[in-house]
Design a protein around this ligand. Sequence first.
Ligand code: ATP
Length: 309
Amino acid sequence: MIQLYIPLNFLGVLYREIKQSLADMERLFSLLDQNREVADSDTAKALQIQHKNGAEIRFSHVNFSYEEKRQILFDVDFSIAAGTTTAVVGHSGSGKSTLSRLLFRFYDIQSGRIVIDGQDLRDLTQASVRAAIGIVPQDTVLFNDTIEYNIAYGKPGASKEDIIAVAKAAYIHEFIETLPDGYDTMVGERGLKLSGGEKQRVAIARTLLKNPSIMIFDEATSALDSHAEQLIQAQLKDIARNRTSLVIAHRLSTIVDAEQILVMDKGRIVERGTHAHLLELQGAYARMWERQQSKKTEVIEDDDEADEV
Ligand code: ATP
């Protein structure tokens, strides 16, 4: 019995180990899979960023569907000036994340153009486009390694000073200092589990280290207290400095300072402008704002749909 028990127990541990590494592999392959959707053209060139404070982004009459017969984006047309922040808001499924996937060129569009600093994405190498864009995702995947490794992943070979500097800028340094092994603390599924907010701060530090011209910030939908909300606002300001930012927002209060807000509904931009301008319009945005203020609802809810334009 005992003899049998030990190998089984050992197998259990082994199984968990394999399952974990498969989970990591899965993530890797899902990324690689996405890459297969598009291919560099034979004449593809490297993206040349023309501005010191980010890059100009232009979506020109973009139509897009993931699969035939179901169009997702309809004539989406907007520009983001270099060094400015544009926020995208709208109900779940309205197409917000699709915009960021298209900018990263995970997919090619059916018609229209997506242009960065005057260069059409289809004429550029995917590697150069992805090097210019940093993404802070909603749900950050941490490697089963030290917190330092997880931050440095943004820029292999970064110095400890640089890592500490970005950790401070992402408001995670003080937290790391309280951990038993500091920057050497193991995190991830097999190490210390970090909260959603802490993970997102690691992702911000990672992105700051990469120092991309364009930053995509996919705000987490999880409920936040007002302190955490203020922290996100401050973080957004810091990471947006000297670069072009696209923020997919769920909490309108975090994006009131954005130079441009795009309101999406069922794949179309239905309103656009600054926070003040959109309130004056008294349309879909103003209704979402009022609802979030009065109910103190943390995120845009699907039952807002009833009020839609
Ligand atoms: P959320 O706020 O919930 O993240 P979203 O506004 O970002 O939503 P998208 O993720 O852009 O919405 O999705 C827009 C539409 O495209 C949805 O109807 C979704 O079902 C569809 N969609 C998203 N990804 C794919 C995919 N890989 N294949 C097919 N359809 C997809």
